[in-house]
Design a protein around this ligand. Sequence first.
Ligand code: GTR
Length: 414
Amino acid sequence: MCLMICFNGSPLAAQEFVANYDESKVPAYTLPDPLVFNNGDKVRNETDWVRRRAEILKLFENEVYGISPAWKGKIIPVELSSETDALGGTAIRKEIQLILKNGSRELSMVMLLYLPKSSGPVPVFLGYNFGGNHSVTDETGILVTPSWMRNNAGNVVTGNRASEAGRGRAASAWQVKELISRGYGLATIYYGDVDPDFDDGFKNGVHGLYDVQPDASSWGSIAGWAWGLSRAMDYIETLPAIDAKKVIVMGHSRLGKTALWAGATDKRFAIVISNNSGCGGAALSRRAYGETVGRINSAFPHWFCDNFNKYNAKEETLPVDQHQLLALIAPRPVYVASAEDDQWADPKGEFLSCVAASPVYELLGTIGFPGVNMPAVNSPVAGTVGYHIRTGGHAVTLYDWTQYLNFADRHLKR
Ligand code: GTR
């Protein structure tokens, strides 16, 4: 949780990292093989993979995201609102406060739930939002989050508090009507409910639920947010209206990194979707293209564990790379999406992760990503691992959602 990072022994600030966007300057690298044990032995079958998977998971915990504590607490749900005729009568909408109690400590997160009117349990997308639940649609009944939020231009957030002006602002990133019309529900939570997105030295949010002295492998915010998705899943499992075997965890950008780590650490998520997750998400760290490990650790010192700083400008010494994060999700379906103008997130590095994760899918009897060539823009390709790069910039669009819905339909056999 340092504020500056060390580069060859001397501190460097974020602005001192110059991003490389030149493919010819990508360093030569060798990826760690997901199918070779740390001791050099080969992974030959599914039984071996169980042990190798545990090794890789441990490396990601110790060196990248940090170790999340076990949860032995209680979740108390309190229904805050219920609307049976939402979205023009097509959906049910609820807001549920989930009070997480760990002994005398507690934390509250508010889940906004949209479900299609349906006689049977439905599949849902679960994902965090950046701007508060009220930003997800323009429906007026949704609570404006009282949680800490980063200030932004246009006075939508001032004094670190959201306002009515933010209502519906992120509607295009959520496409709730489209989800509902295709028979899917949406469960979303403001990510700042779980851990406010600033470096506070482990005091607030989910870290405050535990009384532990942080060390170099303690959970950063991404691990905290992922942990929160697992708690959301604990609650979803109690709801008869949702098919808990069909929960698709989805996230954009830093929350795409979060969705991937949640999918890796919690096998209850049936499908994992990473939208423009970039460095520390789907993109290969060793390419050091766009955002790098050093840059991300200096700009966001609270996202990863402190051990991750060891690899600033030394990506080749990482014991893992991000294709192995995708491999941890195998054999469950995973979809990675990039955007042409989002070079900061290294679309090619995101794609190459899909290819390099595929041998694990194949070992487990499924087709990972079919082929080795990067698909053309706006031409999705999917096996059990799916990928697209669309025109446009860093965002979630209707185009992205359409691919996620098609991918989910196919894998959930709908
Ligand atoms: C950027 C950061 C990225 C990405 C993005 C986001 O500033 O460098 O890693 O996560 O924020 O979350 O919007």
